[in-house]
Design a protein around this ligand. Structure first.
Ligand SMILES: Nc1ncnc2c1ncn2[C@@H]1O[C@H](COP(=O)(O)OP(=O)(O)OP(=O)(O)O)[C@@H](O)[C@H]1O
Ligand SMILES: [Mg+2]
Length: 400
């Protein structure tokens, strides 16, 4: 069966990616048909701080991808995100006691009504498992008989203002946001296998503005967190330490950076333009920052005991994971097995997509193709009210 086209926009802190493709959810692959990228202006630590600048970056990425209008799925991160595990119980009053899709949606709706602050909105309700009349461990209750059904769920929420600012910057470009996805969940979709999630695994997306965590155990999402430190902080530290502009520090980091300072000759020099810098000093700056981020990650994992529950180890992705020595340092600080990963199961001619910094973008396509978690509803949750997500996609894909 032909799969319909789906679209994603990853509004990152350092780059915006617009992506178009097809997904076969049954066989679990994605075909990337087009991708456009632009430098990101207007974001800080994962959130929009300048609507016009952010919208210009989105428009440039859309233009490069060939997207002109229609519905898109957008990634969200930033320190305004919070998440928690909860459960809701409803009585099934149907005569034959069968749990239906509709009943499960009611449970999810119920979880969305949870007591949040006035200025917060639920972004995801991810079911983790069901209890049917006291029997634990049910993964899919549809079609089973039960009177009392409890859904355990992981709920992700965000600040209404940050959600709105992101929606507006994207919708300023003539598209409609039909879904918002927490970025590490999108990255996880692109990089992890079901077997990883089953055995227990930690997904760590080290981006430019934030470091994002999603953990899975027995196939279910157990924990998410966003740490507002990313590759840009590493670069700023180098710029500050060497008293050089940010873009020069970025160049030095990309060319010579490592977080394993003990491997660097203390008197070695590296050259940029006509200046020489002490390589060991640069690596010490980077290692200090890397340890700080990884210690935050360790503390976050310890909140849920995930360091002991993840035989699949840590899967490192995002642009920051490419910094030399990061895998080894993460193993040391977290005391876990660590490997880097790029999007898997990608078909199509768009090759650059198979790099860690495109994990979120590819994952957005998977979410775009799924029939769940529409954008947050409620008073003032967006600039346009939520409509049907199966609304026809209007001619918005420029033939290439
Ligand atoms: N080869 C590399 N070595 C070191 N750092 C790298 C490398 N490639 C990319 N980075 C860093 O990765 C960061 C960008 O990562 P990524 O593209 O995943 O972020 P983003 O999606 O724009 O931001 P975020 O998701 O945090 O909002 C930058 O800070 C960049 O310096
Ligand atoms: Mg990102």
């Amino acid at each position: 069966m032909a799969q319909s086209l789906v679209y994603g926009i990853d509004v990152g802190t350092t780059k915006v990616v617009a992506i178009a493709g097809r997904v076969d959810p049954r066989r679990g692959w994605v075909e990337v048909l087009s991708m456009g990228e632009a430098p990101s202006y207007g974001l800080k630590r994962g959130v929009v701080v300048d609507r016009k600048a952010a919208a210009d970056s989105v428009a440039e990425a859309m233009e490069a991808c060939g997207v002109r209008g229609g519905q898109v799925t957008v990634g969200i991160a930033g320190s305004h995100i919070s998440s928690f595990n909860t459960e809701v119980t409803l009585l099934n009053r149907s005569r034959n006691l069968t749990v239906t899709d509709r009943f499960v949606r009611r449970l999810e709706q119920e979880a969305r009504q949870l007591d949040l602050d006035e200025d917060e909105r639920v972004i995801h309700v991810v079911p983790r498992g069901y209890v049917l009349d006291g029997s634990e461990g049910v993964k899919n209750p549809v079609g089973l008989a039960a009177r009392k059904v409890t859904m355990r769920a992981h709920v992700v929420s965000g600040a209404l203002s940050s959600i709105q600012n992101l929606l507006r910057a994207v919708e300023d470009c003539g598209v409609r946001v039909s879904k918002i996805v927490l970025e590490p969940l999108a990255s996880a979709e692109a990089c992890l296998l079901d077997a990883d999630r089953e055995s227990g695994v930690v997904l760590l997306d080290m981006g430019g503005g934030t470091t994002d965590i999603a953990t899975f155990f027995r196939g279910a999402l157990t924990h998410t967190a966003v740490i507002p430190i990313g590759g840009e902080s590493f670069t700023s530290d180098v710029a500050y330490g060497l008293k050089i502009p940010q873009h020069k520090a970025e160049e030095l980091k990309l060319r010579y950076g490592t977080v394993l300072s003990s491997n660097v000759d203390p008197v070695a020099a590296v050259q940029l333009d006509d200046r020489y810098f002490n390589a060991s000093f640069i690596s010490q700056i980077l290692e200090y920052r890397a340890r700080e981020v990884l210690e935050y990650v360790r503390d976050s994992l310890d909140q849920t005991g995930m360091r002991d529950l993840a035989p699949g180890g840590v899967v490192l992705t995002g642009g920051g994971s490419s910094l030399d020595g990061m895998t080894g340092l993460a193993e040391e600080v977290l005391g876990m097995r660590v490997r880097t990963a790029s999007p898997r199961r990608v078909k199509g001619e768009v090759k650059p997509v198979q790099k860690p910094q495109y994990a979120t973008s590819v994952g957005l396509l998977y979410f775009s193709a799924r029939n769940d978690d529409p954008r947050p509803k409620g008073k003032g949750a967006g600039t346009i009210s939520f409509g049907s997500i199966v609304e026809a996609v209007k001619g918005w894909f420029r033939a290439k």
